[in-house]
Design a protein around this ligand. Structure first.
Ligand SMILES: NC(=O)c1ccc[n+]([C@@H]2O[C@H](COP(=O)([O-])OP(=O)(O)OC[C@H]3O[C@@H](n4cnc5c(N)ncnc54)[C@H](O)[C@@H]3O)[C@@H](O)[C@H]2O)c1
Length: 283
């Protein structure tokens, strides 16, 4: 299975990053979002990140031009998907929304094309249920910021074919990511551990155990984490993590994943972390 054209659905925090690394690796990429405005915002973020790369001496102007040449934005799902060999979905973490989009996608692509979902926590098997050919479906879980983070968590469900897994392993090499292969289970390998730590850190802040800075420092200096759990939650988005926590609490029947009151309060007031300028930290 040769992948040449990639469609990325959703041009938000993750989608624009996925489109960036695919275009940089030489794939032709269509970046799709619900409006021309959101698509353009995604493309602008890619351009900004490429320019930052040049300013830091990591990229050349030529690499930037070559990457931008491979990218097109569209608000037409049909244009995005029709000739794509790989479609990666990166829309909000709402099962019905994803299933609705995935079944539309399947009606537009060839029977050999592969579909990946960037879900952080929804069951890959459940999402595959809406497809006529579930063998072509796999979790493609990228990390934020996508153009910097090395990991790609590939999540297979019982029907994922070996052809799909092999194609995605090759794809991950080409986009310069390190793939891990994980069986479908709530939270996969990464979110289950990461969210457990994040929720506990928020509960500690709520109980005034220590300041946000000191809780984060405990993990950075004491356990060699590159970033503390509260800062990471700010970076991911409090709303995104709240949804994942609620889902994991229910699926794993474990209240440790339930969003603490402080998190609910911040989300309700629109303090969603870095993207809104305010979360546990002021950005
Ligand atoms: N933010 C993170 O750090 C992170 C990390 C790993 C995985 N994820 C997962 O990636 C997915 C996307 O998260 P995000 O943080 O990029 O969200 P986001 O809110 O930043 O972006 C989502 C984008 O999808 C668009 N969208 C909404 N409905 C759509 C539809 N029907 N069709 C096309 N586009 C639509 C929105 O306009 C928005 O631009 C989620 O499943 C999330 O759990 C997020």
């Amino acid at each position: 299975m040769i992948i040449e054209k990639v469609a990325v659905l959703g041009a938000g925090t993750m989608g624009h990053g996925i489109a960036h690394v695919c275009a940089m690796a030489g794939y032709q990429v269509h970046l799709f979002d619900i409006s021309e405005d959101s698509t353009q915002k995604g493309l602008n973020k890619i351009k900004n990140n490429l320019e930052k790369g040049i300013a830091r001496g990591k990229l050349t102007e030529q690499q930037k031009q070559n990457t931008l040449k491979m990218l097109t934005g569209t608000s037409s799902l049909e244009t995005a998907c029709t000739d794509a060999n790989l479609v990666i979905e990166a829309i909000p973490e709402i099962p019905e929304l994803k299933q609705d989009l995935l079944s539309k996608v399947e009606s537009l692509i060839s029977s050999e094309s592969i579909i990946g979902s960037n879900t952080s926590s929804i069951s890959i098997e459940t999402l595959a249920d809406c497809l006529k050919i579930p063998q072509r479906f796999i979790g493609t879980h990228f990390f934020n910021p996508v153009h910097i983070m090395k990991l790609l968590e590939l999540v297979h469900h019982p029907k994922t074919s070996d052809i799909t897994i092999d194609a995605l392993k090759n794809f991950s090499l080409k986009i310069n990511k390190e793939a891990i292969l994980v069986k479908n289970s709530p939270g996969f390998a990464t979110s289950r551990l990461g969210v457990a730590l994040g929720m506990e850190a928020i509960r500690m802040l709520e109980e005034n155990v220590a300041s946000a800075e000191d809780i984060d420092k405990a993990m950075v200096l004491g356990y060699r984490h590159p970033m503390g759990p509260l800062k990471l939650t700010d970076l991911v988005g409090l709303d995104v993590r709240k949804n994942i926590g609620e889902y994991l609490a229910q699926e794993l029947k474990n209240p440790a994943f339930s969003p603490p009151k402080l998190m609910l309060k911040l989300v309700n007031q629109g303090s969603l972390g870095q993207k809104t300028g305010q979360g546990f930290y002021t950005w």
